[in-house]
Structure formats: structure tokens, C-alpha cells
Design a protein around this ligand. Structure first.
Ligand code: NAD
Length: 239
């Protein structure tokens, strides 16, 4: 009898349009904490809940506190891709995978060599002035010497990440939905699938090879054609 990993191996072998949809759990094996695991950011104690500190209103009203939290917990750049990122990049090079759709903002898929990456929530690697729009690299925000980074025009520089209460970039969403709708195998991993509208994008998939890899249950488990429980880096490295 074929077990779950055998099925996934066969499906990957047969696929020509794999799309991967992932979240913070994809980067935990690189050392970046997610939000909802045991050691995730939601279990740590802060003056305000993380959703509040990462919200649009909080950034506007309290940029100092926002940047204190952002620099300490979100701006993580000295990390390396893990086996999951590397395997997905390898499948793209082999012409098997056509896109990665990620909720992550860490840039690790690109660092591993993936090219077609739709970043639903933006990236810590891009920053811009809220007044004049001038672009700044991550290093500027990290090393600017003041708590709140300021542009040469005096405006506040902010990360190009989608804060709670902000809209997703509609161009990115459109590309992500098109990729998901055209997938022959939709591989979903390392995400609790509770953050909307991102999680809703899975509805664009109408195929019969929806595969979920996660360490804990998700609301989409009963829709999955194949459900694998475990660490995504460990499992994908076995394929
Ligand atoms: P989440 O924290 O809500 O859920 C992570 C899920 O991944 C959990 O279900 C957990 O059991 C699972 N998981 C953790 N490590 C895993 C592993 N190695 N293998 C398999 N499963 C694993 O994360 P989310 O669903 O992405 O939603 C949180 C939001 O936070 C996202 O919108 C994302 O933008 C943001 N975020 C991003 C990063 C990052 O860029 N690395 C880190 C933290 C949070």
C-alpha cells in the first residue's frame, strides 16, 4: 500500500505545474519564529498583542513602539534558507514548479533561488518613505541610528509589508490566484490558514491534488486530498 509520502513523491514526479502556498512555518526551521506555534510570537508577552503592534493604526500613532518590536522580532535578516526553501527552488529549476505564493516577508525563497515568488504580505527587504516614496534597503532601516528611520525629505520610512488593517496588493493577489487556479498540484505548508484574505486564495484551486503539510491541524484539513503531519523541511528533503 502506498503511504502519504509515496503518494506525494508520485504526484511531484507527475506534476508540471506545482504551486506552493506557504506561511511562517516554512521558515521556523531557519530559526525565524512563527506566530502561533508553542514558541511563536503570540505566546510571548509584550505590552500590546503582536496584531496591535503590527497594525496600520499602531504604526501611525506609535512609530517608536512599532519599530522597537519590528527590529527586535520581525527584522530578521541573518538567516539561511532551509531544506523546504531549497527543494521548492530546485523544482522550479527543473520546470516542475511554476510559483511560490507566500505569506512570509523574510525573502528566504528568493535567497534559496526561487524566482516566481508572490509575496502576499510584502517584504522586509523593501522600504519606502511615506512622504515622497523614495525606496530604501533593509540595511537603512536596520542601521539608520535613530529609532524611527527618516527619509532625506524628513518623512518616516516604513517597511513594504502589509500591516493588519491594510489591503493586499491587488496585482500580487491576481497573479497568485492565477497561479493557484492553474496548478496541477497545490502544495500548502507551514501555515495555520487563519489569516485572511490570504487563506481564502486556496479556493481558486479546483484540482484533486491539494496537499497539506503542517505540524498542527488547520481549518482546511478536511478539504485536503493528502494530509501530512510533520516538519516541512524534513518531509520535503525526503522527496
Ligand atoms: P502562523 O504562525 O499562524 O502558523 C504557522 C503554522 O505553521 C502553524 O500551524 C504551525 O503548526 C506550522 N509550523 C510551524 N513550523 C512548521 C514546520 N517546520 N513545518 C510544518 N509546519 C510548521 O503563520 P501564518 O499562517 O503564516 O500566519 C501568520 C502571519 O504572520 C503571516 O501573515 C505572515 O506574514 C506573518 N509572519 C511571517 C514570518 C516570516 O516571514 N518568516 C514570521 C512570522 C509571521
Amino acid at each position: 500500500m502506498e503511504n502519504g509520502m509515496d503518494t506525494l513523491r508520485r504526484w511531484v514526479e507527475e506534476s508540471r505545474r506545482i504551486v506552493f502556498f506557504g506561511g511562517a512555518g516554512v521558515s521556523t526551521e531557519s530559526g525565524i519564529p512563527d506566530f502561533r506555534s508553542e514558541d511563536g510570537l503570540y505566546r510571548q508577552k509584550y505590552r500590546y498583542p503582536p496584531e496591535t503592534m503590527l497594525s496600520h493604526d499602531f504604526f501611525e500613532e506609535n512609530p517608536e513602539e512599532f519599530y522597537r518590536f519590528y527590529r527586535e522580532k520581525i527584522l530578521i535578516d541573518e538567516v539561511e534558507p532551509n531544506a523546504a526553501h531549497r527543494k521548492l527552488a530546485e523544482w522550479e529549476r527543473q520546470g516542475k514548479l511554476c510559483a511560490v505564493v507566500t505569506q512570509n516577508i523574510d525573502g528566504l525563497h528568493q535567497k534559496a533561488g526561487s524566482r516566481q515568488v508572490w509575496e502576499l504580505h510584502g517584504s522586509i527587504w523593501r522600504n519606502y518613505c511615506t512622504r515622497c516614496g523614495k525606496r530604501y534597503p533593509l540595511e537603512f532601516v536596520k542601521n539608520c541610528g535613530t529609532l524611527v528611520p527618516r527619509c532625506s525629505c524628513g518623512g518616516i520610512v516604513r517597511p513594504d509589508v502589509v500591516l493588519y488593517g491594510e489591503m493586499l496588493d491587488q496585482t500580487v493577489v491576481t497573479h497568485a490566484v492565477e497561479a493557484i487556479a492553474s496548478a496541477d498540484l497545490l502544495l500548502v505548508g507551514g501555515t495555520s490558514l487563519v489569516v485572511y484574505p490570504a487563506a481564502g486564495l486556496l479556493q481558486a484551486y479546483h484540482g484533486s491534488r491539494l496537499t497539506l503539510i503542517n505540524r498542527s491541524p488547520t481549518p482546511v484539513d478536511r478539504r485536503a486530498d493528502l494530509l501530512l503531519s510533520g516538519s516541512i523541511g524534513e518531509l520535503l528533503s525526503q522527496i
